[in-house]
Each structure stands twice: as C-alpha cells, then as structure tokens.
Design a protein around this ligand. Sequence first.
Ligand code: NAD
Length: 366
Amino acid sequence: MDDGSLRLFEGFRVQHSNARGPYKGGIRFHPEVSLNEVKALAAWMTWKTAVVGVPFGGAKGGVRVDPKTLSAGELERLSRTYVRAFFPLLGPEVDIPAPDVNTTPQIMAWMTDEYSHLAGRLTPASFTGKPLQIGGLAGRESSTSLGGVMVLEEHLRTLSRRAARMTVTIQGFGNAGQHAAHLLSQRGFRIIAVSDTSGCIMRAKGLDCKKLVRHKKAAGSVQSFAGSYPISPQAFLGLRTDVLIPAALQNVITKSNERRVRARVILELANGPVSHEADVRLAQRGVTVIPDILANAGGVAGSYCEWVQNRQGEVWTESQTHAKLRSRMVQAFALVHKTRTRHATDYRTAAYIVALTRVREAMNAR
Ligand code: NAD
C-alpha cells in the first residue's frame, strides 16, 4: 500500500471450458466477488462464445476489493500482482482476460505490460479491452452495448416494430449502460429512466443521454441531473416501459420483485440479472427476455476482433469492427430465433440449445 503496509486481497481465475478455443473472460474487481460467482460467470462465457461462434472457451476472474478505496498506484500494483499470480495459466493461446465490472482499459494496459515483462516479449494478444495506444480495438468499449442494440433491433424486426419513441429504462450506468443509452437514443428510442449505485432518476420526455454521460463523469453519479427527478428503486423497476435493460450486476430481478416489472422486453446486458424463478414467471406473463449469453455477447465478439487484430499485426478502423460485429450478431440472433421457433421455446432456452450443441460437437470432434 502507499503507506508501506502490506495487504492481502483474494483473487480468482476460473477456467470452465476450452473445448472450442482458448479460455476467455473478464476480470471483475468488486468487494463481493466470490469463487461461486466467478464460476458462474466463467460458465456463461463458455455458452456466450459458443452462441456468437467465436473460437474461444469460457473463463472469468475476480478480485475481492473495492477499487474506489485504492490510489492509482495501489490499483496498478494490485493489477500487476494478479498477473504474476496467474501467469502460468494465462496467454494468447491459453487464457485471455478482458475488462469486467470496475476494470478499465488502463488496468488491461498494466496487466498486458506485466504479462509481457514475464513472458520476455511484447504480447498484446494476452489481454483484450486495452487502450488504443497499445493494440486496443477502435470500438471495443462500446461493442457490448452495440451488440445488444443490434440484437434488440433484430428482435423488433421480427415483430415489424420500429424504434421510434419506444421507451427504455436502464439499470446501471457504467460502460454497458452508458453506451447503450447513447446508442439507443441515437436510434430514436426514448430513455426515460436510468440508475446507478447512487439511486435512480427519471424524465418521462426522455433524458439527454449525451449530457447525462458528461454529468455522470463530472459528478460521479446520475443524481441531480438537470431536468430529471429521483425515484425509488422499486418505482424504477415498476415503470411501464417497452424495454428494460439491466446493465449492473446479477440477480437483480428475482421472484421477490419480478411482479413489479412492467416492461415488455428485457435486454440482459448484465450477466445473470434475472434469476431462474423470475425468468419462468416472466415468460408466463409474456415478457420477452433476450438472454445475457446473446444480448451482451458483442463484448466478446469485439474482444475476438482485438485478439485477431493483435495476432495479425493489423489496425482496424471502428467501421471495420462494427461491420464484423454486425454480421456476427445478426447471424447469432438469426440462429437463436430459428431455434426458438423450431422448438417453440423462449430465447434463453434456444440460445442454450445453440451453445450446448456447439460445445458438444467440439468435444465429440476432439
Ligand atoms: P461498470 O463497472 O462499468 O458499471 C456498472 C454500473 O452498475 C455502475 O454504474 C454502477 O453504479 C451500477 N450499479 C452497481 N450496482 C447497482 C445497483 N444495485 N443498482 C443500480 N446500479 C448499480 O460495469 P460494466 O462493464 O458496465 O458491466 C455491467 C454488467 O455488464 C456486468 O454484469 C458485466 O458482467 C456485464 N458485461 C459487461 C461487458 C463489458 O464489455 N463491459 C461485457 C459483457 C457483460
């Protein structure tokens, strides 16, 4: 620590499957990280990489820490220590981490640098989600949300519905939530409420998302944004809206609050935001849930582009990345939609059918 004392932080890396390619998955810094949480997140990565057809397996990492309590120097030393601890298990052909909750491109830069020092050569393909200056991908930061938006648009297309003035509420206003707000408002959706750890705000006419992102950067929270008013988390969940986007953490819609939800569509940008019991009841009520392993797979599809770019020594433009992302997400959605129709089931079951089939086929082939 900066004061010269020594502190121990518990850290995890879980490798769930490498049947289809090297392990792949983010690293989360959060005070409530646990081994079971990281295991669940690692498994979801296996299914997610399979649904979007990128040649990776599934892994996840985490450190139990509140990064807001650390100085920049302490955060850097913690990030480098994580890489030293897990070095033998990582690498471009072994296991490639990326950012997740509370981990940033800067943290990926420290980690890539540490990995390269230990490996004795520059190894940009060892991590994804890096800053542009050291091999990051133009458009990677928004790829999770952009992939989700593309999937939502494809879903609406199957219903012949247009975005114009459709209402959206977003829980969580970090990387995933902010980009989703921005991209959706650009496309004519009306963002009527958002929330972060400080609370929830609403504006029925629609929030100016560009200004709200600036406000969040300056003030550190969404609270007190001009023209909005605060509402309770219960009221937030109960808002009548076309689309609800959980973009914070897991298990936020459970059997105890599912009844409140009045959205028609839930787009899971977060991993595991809807519990199994709530999922079953939402389906009975006719609420469409677009599952995490499809809805937020744009993040790992973007990471795949970054990994390929690094291994080929290329630099792609944002529009090249977006074109690759679009074709992958549209194909993934089409296959899940076809599977859903063929089996007369919901999107989540269909996405799992696609994913499990692909993993099983790889295991059989090997
Ligand atoms: P982030 O740290 O950038 O943002 C998280 C946001 O959630 C913050 O605004 C925080 O204030 C808010 N939050 C936390 N607890 C909350 C609560 N109880 N109520 C309301 N808001 C709350 O994280 P992120 O990268 O945006 O990730 C968010 C989710 O998306 C996670 O589940 C993550 O696993 C998933 N995800 C992210 C990516 C990515 O590329 N960033 C990719 C796939 C999935």
